[in-house]
Design a binder for this molecule. Structure first.
Ligand SMILES: [Zn+2]
Length: 478
């Protein structure tokens, strides 16, 4: 009987159409204790390092973990490389997955971590085994670990190049600080215990309040004891002011009046003010660029959060229909977004990055423009609820904003001197904490579904490769 069954099985398998790819597996059949990761939790960078190490250690025959560089604060930029080492690399296609260039976008790091975990634990599955025979997958889950870690205090997009925003000769001398010990950074407003603060409580967002007279009269600043005692709260925070995804060494700050014209509205184009002092000025970006130059990578995805979509080049100029590889990238983006949408049940759209909004010196423009690597930006998460898939939201609600009152004596005990802040007469202070500020140490609900959606989008990118001319390195960069 046993023999008959195995014969039948062999026959069925032989009769199956030979597709290029088997079906991708779901959750691994068995998960070792130390790799039992809760994908709905938020982890510190040190915890991510432990997880990466545990993943790499679990499958030494297909993985290698190494540093590609260091940050301003000496955190390591880790890469986990996954491939079947028994097959020579020359015959393989290289794939890069890079995440979290923006420190606060930590769902992107989770998505990259999941992808590496899923590949490692499914290495014996026929689909994944075939993939690892034919591809080398490089996963760098956190490009900006300094910003990632600071985001446990307050959402921090930037890296940590030291800066001195208050000009007192000391970098980061008045950072955001949780003086009431609730774990969050609040907006502070002068007031009294019996004030009607429904205007604050019921505000749809902090942005909706900026023009409100009561906001303007009572706003003190963001939570800090005013370390530098200059009467302005948190005016030298722990961030560089640099958006590293505007600092790559390709078309750095190209948007002047002659190249784009005054009517286009893109002069500076969301780049100049935060693009750093020079192309590739940041150690993190130098590391990523050197890595891309050195490794044979045909396609890459850089993972972000904030919207839900797949973006393709260019960022610095409109889409070019005459570029066949670009046209193919657009088609692949559509398949990636469709896969993300199918797995998660949430909406995802596609656009050329320029059409989303013009920028310059982004990673995908560097990858494609400088090195001819096919490059995609995957935006994995947008908080909010509308019930309409076209709106491309995660369909979750953030916690309600909170307001907490403290008397003048109580805030004095927290180190706050109301007189020096121009509020000597205030009876006390209202601490207003937005829902998004309460998310600093939490993952969005159903992040476990998000990471699966991102995996399926990445698989569409991988299945499309190789196409086109492949990576090219200019002579002068070799
Ligand atoms: Zn981003």
């Amino acid at each position: 009987m046993k023999r008959f069954v195995s014969l039948m099985l062999a026959l069925i398998i032989a009769l199956l159409p030979q597709a290029a790819f088997a079906t991708a597996p779901g959750m691994p059949a068995s998960v070792p204790e130390d790799l039992n990761i809760d994908w709905n939790a938020r982890y510190t960078f040190a915890e991510l390092e432990q997880q990466m190490k545990a993943i790499a250690d679990s499958c030494p025959e297909i993985s290698e973990m190494y540093e590609i560089g260091r940050t301003w604060q000496e955190r390591a930029l880790w890469c986990v490389e996954l491939t079947n080492e028994a097959v020579p690399n020359e015959n393989k296609t290289g794939i890069g997955v890079f995440a979290n260039i923006h420190g606060g976008e930590r769902e992107s790091a989770s998505s990259a971590m999941y992808f590496m975990w899923w590949l490692a634990l499914n290495a014996k599955d026929p689909y994944v085994a075939d993939l690892l025979d034919r591809y080398v997958v490089y996963v760098v889950p956190v490009i900006n670990p300094d910003g990632y870690e600071q985001s446990f205090v307050i959402n921090t997009r930037q890296n940590m190049r030291p800066r001195d925003l208050n000009g007192d000769g000391v970098p980061f001398s008045d950072p955001y600080t949780d003086i009431n010990g609730d774990g969050y950074i609040s907006y502070l407003f002068a007031g009294a215990a019996d004030d009607d603060i429904s205007w604050l409580k019921d505000a749809s967002s902090i942005y909706a309040l900026y023009r409100d007279e009561r906001y303007q009269q009572n706003y003190i600043g963001r939570e800090s004891p005013d370390w530098d005692k200059n009467g302005i709260l948190a005016d030298d925070p722990r961030n560089s002011g640099i958006d590293m995804n505007r600092t790559f060494d390709y078309q750095w700050n190209r948007f002047d009046i002659e190249t784009v014209g005054s009517e286009s509205g893109v002069i500076g184009a969301n780049a100049f003010a935060n693009a750093g002092p020079a192309p590739a000025s940041e150690p993190e970006i130098q590391a990523v660029q050197n890595f891309l130059i050195k490794k044979d990578i045909d396609a890459l995805a850089t993972l972000h959060t904030g919207i839900q979509c797949v973006l393709y080049p260019w960022c610095y100029k409109p889409f070019d229909e005459s570029d066949e590889e670009l046209v193919q990238m657009k088609a692949v983006s559509e398949r990636m977004a469709a896969a993300f949408q199918q797995t998660t049940g949430r909406g995802f759209y596609t656009k050329s990055s320029y059409e989303d909004y013009p920028t310059s010196a982004e990673m995908i423009d560097y990858a494609y423009g400088r090195l001819n690597i096919h490059a995609y930006t995957i935006e994995v998460y947008s908080a909010g609820k509308s019930g309409n898939i076209e709106d491309c939201l995660w369909e979750n609600e953030l916690p309600a904003a909170t307001v907490q009152y403290y008397s003048a004596d109580e805030v004095a005990a927290m180190g706050l001197d109301l007189a020096s802040l121009g509020k000597a007469d205030a009876e006390g202070v209202w601490f207003y904490t937005t829902g998004s500020d309460q998310m600093v140490n939490k993952a969005p609900e159903e992040q476990d579904v998000m990471v699966e959606g991102c995996r399926d989008a990445l698989l569409k990118m991988i299945e499309a490769e190789p196409f086109g001319q492949g990576k090219t390195v200019p002579e002068w960069l070799k």
